[in-house]
Design a protein around this ligand. Structure first.
Ligand code: FAD
Length: 468
């Protein structure tokens, strides 16, 4: 049977990967994108310049045959490099060794590579088409506008919305049949700043600690293979490396209170905050004032929907269905899992789109809700707990128990990041393990105080073996 044509709105990360996977499976795919072609106009991002790519996302890219292309753009991050207030740093490894790491990739380069792969597989892109509205009947009528203000219309048997957190397709669907939408703001925002590559530093302001790296011809001002964190309780800074030697720094602050984006509302206030709280980062950001004034404060929220589809007419995927806060580095990874799942379902049952959409939502929504919850929890972990001795003891014990009982104990971060175990299972298993760790470390200050043989017995008694 001939496969139906597939219409996608949004050529972001998820839309472009879905287009690739479907075109490779013989579907005639058309993608409508609000922005201009990034290969001609340059990438107009607007948020997070780089992203952490983990196993779930890598799996989608592998299926699309894109691993080599993407890995050329990626910088390995072995763990969190924690920058304490007193200036000392420590690397908390993410996994056992270099087989368990995450990768920092440029959003713009990854998106462009995905668009190229989709086109090479036969997908067709229409850029400069902003979806303005949709009507759902026997088919779907999509209304677009271009930058010049001209209107365009397109009819399709069904449409997939990969148009991000502010999805226009979701708004049109919601107007037709309420989706049970809830948007929960985090109450914290973010601002991006930059640590330039060493050769771009003004000569007079090369930080002394980086002079040796510059002399060796290395472009990175701080350790390249880490995700840097400056945890400060209720707020934090992070920095992810870029392949050419710079780091994208993100300052996360509450929207209200002190300090917050309400009090740190000028570049002078930002400098004062950095002098007080991020003193070792300040010399690395020579254009702090310029970056602070030029970059907007990004908003953070979690999106929950009771329904992701309207019959066999429209379906939402990626951030359009389940935008989450970025603290587990999983939004794109989760969206790539969506794309893989949907491509497989469509390839198997393209004669019954309504069933495919319902089944997709049934499989993915519990997982999206689980990673949304874990991402919220991880904000507390990153900004606060990585400097808390009780958390560090539980974390250390978790690593030891995982080494001693690899078939039964796996840190939750590892289940989320290095495996494709459904997020909902990782969430539930993580809660069981955490209860056990809290019991075992109650009143203890050091790993040496814990009876590891008794701990192993508890693991074997209370935790079922993990699926291989
Ligand atoms: C600060 C920050 C850091 C993050 N870090 C990570 C990370 O480290 N790892 C990770 O996995 N995830 C991360 N994420 C999450 C990640 O960015 C998103 O989950 C991911 O971009 C979702 O992809 P998407 O394709 O669904 O949506 P988007 O990337 O938002 O793409 C949507 C596309 O639709 C287009 N579009 C929008 N409206 C219309 C319209 N009306 N008509 C036509 N086209 C339209 C847009 O131009 C865009 O191209 C982060 C997010 C933020 C905010």
């Amino acid at each position: 049977m001939a496969k139906p044509g597939v219409t996608i709105v949004g050529a972001g990360l998820v839309g472009a990967l879905l287009a690739t996977l479907l075109a490779q499976r013989g579907f005639a795919v058309t993608v409508f994108e609000r922005r201009r072609d990034p290969r001609i106009a340059g990438y107009a991002g607007g948020r997070s310049i780089n992203l952490a790519l983990a196993e779930r996302g890598l799996h989608g890219l592998r299926l699309a045959g894109m691993t080599d292309t993407v890995m050329e753009l990626a910088v390995m991050m072995r763990g969190r490099m924690v920058h304490h207030r007193d200036g000392h740093t420590e690397l908390l490894r993410y996994g056992r060794d270099d087989s368990e790491v995450i990768w920092s990739v440029s959003r713009g380069r990854l998106n462009t590579a995905l668009i190229e792969a989709a086109e090479a597989a036969g997908a067709r892109f229409e850029f400069d088409r902003r979806l303005d509205g949709a009507q759902f009947g026997a088919d779907v009528l999509l209304r677009f506008q271009d930058e010049a203000g001209h209107a365009h219309e397109q009819r399709a048997p069904f449409v997939i919305g990969a148009d991000g957190a502010g999805s226009a397709l979701r708004a049109a669907m919601n107007a037709m049949k309420p989706l049970g939408e809830r948007i929960e703001p985090l109450g914290h925002g973010y601002k991006e700043l930059e640590i330039p590559p060493l050769p771009d530093f003004p000569a007079a302001s090369i930080p002394p600690a980086a002079a040796a790296a510059l002399a060796r011809g290395e472009p990175f001002a701080i350790e390249a293979n880490a995700l840097h964190i400056w945890p400060r309780g209720n707020y934090m800074c992070i920095a992810l490396p870029n392949a050419e030697g710079s780091f994208t720094v993100t300052l996360f602050l509450p929207n209200e209170g002190n300090p917050s984006f309400a009090t740190v509302d000028s570049s002078a206030a930002a400098r004062a905050l950095f002098e007080r709280d991020f003193a070792d980062a300040l010399p690395l950001i020579p254009d702090l004032e310029k970056d602070f004034d030029a970059n907007p404060v990004g908003l953070l929220a979690t999106l929950y929907l009771d329904r992701w589809h309207i019959d066999g007419r429209a379906l939402l995927i990626g951030d359009a269905a389940h935008a989450i806060v970025p603290f587990h580095g999983q939004g794109m990874n989760c969206g790539f899992e969506d794309a893989v799942e949907l491509a497989e379902l469509l390839a198997g049952h393209s004669d019954d789109i309504g069933t495919v959409f319902a089944e997709f939502e049934r499989r993915r929504r519990p997982n999206a809700e689980a990673i949304a919850a874990m991402a919220l929890e991880n904000y507390v972990e990153m900004r606060d707990s990585v400097a808390d001795p009780a958390f560090l003891l539980r974390r250390e014990l978790g690593r030891v128990l995982a080494e001693r009982n690899p078939d039964r104990f796996k840190p939750r971060y590892s289940m989320v990041t290095f495996t494709r175990m459904p997020y909902a299972q990782a969430f539930a298993r993580g809660a069981e393990q955490d209860r056990l760790l809290r019991e075992l470390t109650q009143g203890k200050h050091d790993l040496g105080e814990i009876d590891l043989a008794a701990a192993d017995a508890m693991v074997r008694g209370r935790l079922k073996p993990l699926a291989a």
